[in-house]
Design a protein around this ligand. Structure first.
Ligand SMILES: [Zn+2]
Length: 201
């Protein structure tokens, strides 16, 4: 499709197109901008990209992003450990932190349930959530999932599986438009959604 360009440029464009929201034309624009950069700048970017898998890793306890084995939430002594917020993306953790309404701990599951895409309950690693509930004597579980079918299915499943524990389970609901991803919800709306979380029965 991009045979009009030299091979390396085609490859660069193909990589850039993998980024969310980047179509062919934008990818081409980015690529032509990059080839104007100084070699030192390109090298710096290249080194940074190469270091990502080694320097930005999921916390072995909660799945939040960290540069060490354990993240700042898990090592902090100022968090309310009886409260556990479960999310499906490490990025959503930052959105919730920004609202300053939650002082508990986080737990990031790798993805929401989506049987059609082969993401079944067995991949949720519910045993890890249970370990944390027992370890921290958690009394409140907050499910902060996208307001989508997958988010609903995952919330329902966790509610069913974890209702044997004496904990309140609630889900962000108020103010989050149906079908929306948390990362696109503004901080004010997210803060309201947190304050107005609804208990799941
Ligand atoms: Zn952690």
């Amino acid at each position: 499709m991009h045979s009009k360009y030299p091979e390396t440029l085609n490859a660069l464009i193909a990589h850039l197109k993998k980024l969310p929201g980047v179509g062919s034309r934008t990818a081409e624009r980015f690529a032509f901008e990059l080839i104007r950069w100084q070699p030192a700048q390109l090298e710096e970017l290249g080194t940074l990209l190469t270091s990502l898998p080694h320097h930005i890793i999921p916390c072995t306890t909660c799945g939040c992003l960290t540069q060490q084995n354990t993240c700042r939430f898990c090592t902090s002594h100022n968090r309310e450990t009886h409260s556990l917020c479960i999310l499906s993306s490490p990025r959503d953790v930052y959105a919730i932190e920004e609202t300053r309404t939650f002082r508990g701990l986080y737990h990031v599951i790798e993805h929401l349930l989506s049987p059609l895409d082969g993401r079944h309950a067995s991949t949720l690693r519910i045993d890890r959530i249970e370990q944390r509930i027992l370890h921290h004597k958690v009394t409140e579980l907050i499910l902060a999932f996208d307001s989508t079918l997958e988010g609903d299915a995952t919330a329902l499943y966790l509610k069913q599986q974890l209702s044997k524990y004496p904990i309140s389970i609630s889900r962000l609901a108020f103010g989050i438009p149906v079908g929306s991803n948390l990362e696109y919800v503004d901080s004010g709306t997210l803060a309201k959604a947190f304050a107005g979380r609804q208990t799941l029965y």
